[in-house]
Ligand binder design. Structure first.
Ligand SMILES: Nc1ncnc2c1ncn2[C@@H]1O[C@H](COP(=O)(O)OP(=O)(O)OP(=O)(O)O)[C@@H](O)[C@H]1O
Ligand SMILES: [Mg+2]
Length: 251
């Protein structure tokens, strides 16, 4: 579904990724773990098209997408979650979800081509879609609340709903449990599992190993910009090299 081959990323002389390769197959939640600073978020940035590579390739459904940016990739089924920005926190939950969708007719160069009624119809379709998504995560009752007032877990669910407005086939989740009350993490886990069962694919960076264990069939361990090892979660965590990487020492 989505693949990075031998990716190198250099930030002003520092090699954040040093020949990393990962494959995220369709229908699975693929885990990416590793110590702080290993390059996990950078790798997601590369996959999404937001971080420039010094070398290497990204393939989306077998096709090289190097020259396409995040917006193109989003239109072709690949999206990722973003933390709510301060500006968005002031808007309502529903507005946040509506703003996540691709430009509707009427906003932009095509506006002259669309009638008012066509615009209104598109808006109604979008609202219905947003309503369905928010209802699934029990946020529709809070549709008019400011997004900034939500709990950490509800914000993560809202971020996921924003990504789902784009009808993705694969979603990249960078630390979906971060800032979430531990008792609420299972709600996020279950929503991801349900979406996976419906056929959606995921890449997931997480420090919460319970979440990785329960969702991921295949896990990559990144350390110092490279894939240290990969495999089933239980095999990977029992690898002494992985423990060493987390301790910051060389095996
Ligand atoms: N835009 C940037 N400019 C310069 N250095 C960067 C930039 N983004 C990341 N880095 C550096 O690249 C390295 C990898 O960062 P990255 O955020 O990918 O790590 P990570 O594995 O996601 O870590 P964490 O688990 O803490 O989120 C770090 O040393 C970081 O300081
Ligand atoms: Mg990170």
């Amino acid at each position: 579904m989505l693949e990075a081959r031998n990716v190198r990323v250099v930030f002003g002389g520092f090699q954040a990724l040093d020949g990393a390769s990962v494959r995220l197959p369709a229908g699975f939640v693929t885990g990416i773990i590793g110590p702080n600073g290993a390059g996990k978020s950078t790798l997601f940035g590369v996959l999404a098209g937001a971080v420039e590579t010094a070398s290497g390739e990204v393939l989306l459904e077998g096709r090289s997408v190097a020259r396409h940016g995040p917006a193109w990739r989003a239109r072709h089924g690949l999206t990722r979650t973003f933390q709510l920005s301060r500006e968005l926190a002031a808007l309502s939950v529903l507005e946040n979800v509506l703003l996540a969708r691709p430009k509707a007719p009427g906003e932009g160069v095509f506006s002259a081509l669309f009638s008012r009624s066509a615009m209104r119809a598109a808006e109604e379709v979008a609202i219905e879609k947003a309503r369905n998504l928010l209802a699934r995560v029990d946020l529709w009752r809070l549709a008019n609340a400011p997004a900034g007032a939500l709990s950490g877990g509800q914000k993560k669910l809202l971020e996921l709903c924003r990504a789902l407005m784009l009808d993705p086939r694969i979603v990249l989740l960078d630390e979906p449990s971060a800032g979430v009350n531990p008792t609420r993490i299972s709600e996020i886990t279950e929503f991801i599992r349900t979406l996976q069962q419906e056929g959606m694919s995921f890449g997931m960076v997480e420090h919460n190993m319970d979440m990785i264990r329960s969702l991921c069939d295949h896990v990559y361990v990144l350390a110092e910009g490279r894939v240290l090892t990969e495999g089933r979660f239980d095999d990977v965590v029992n690898n002494p090299q992985v423990a060493s990487a987390y301790l910051g020492s060389q095996p």
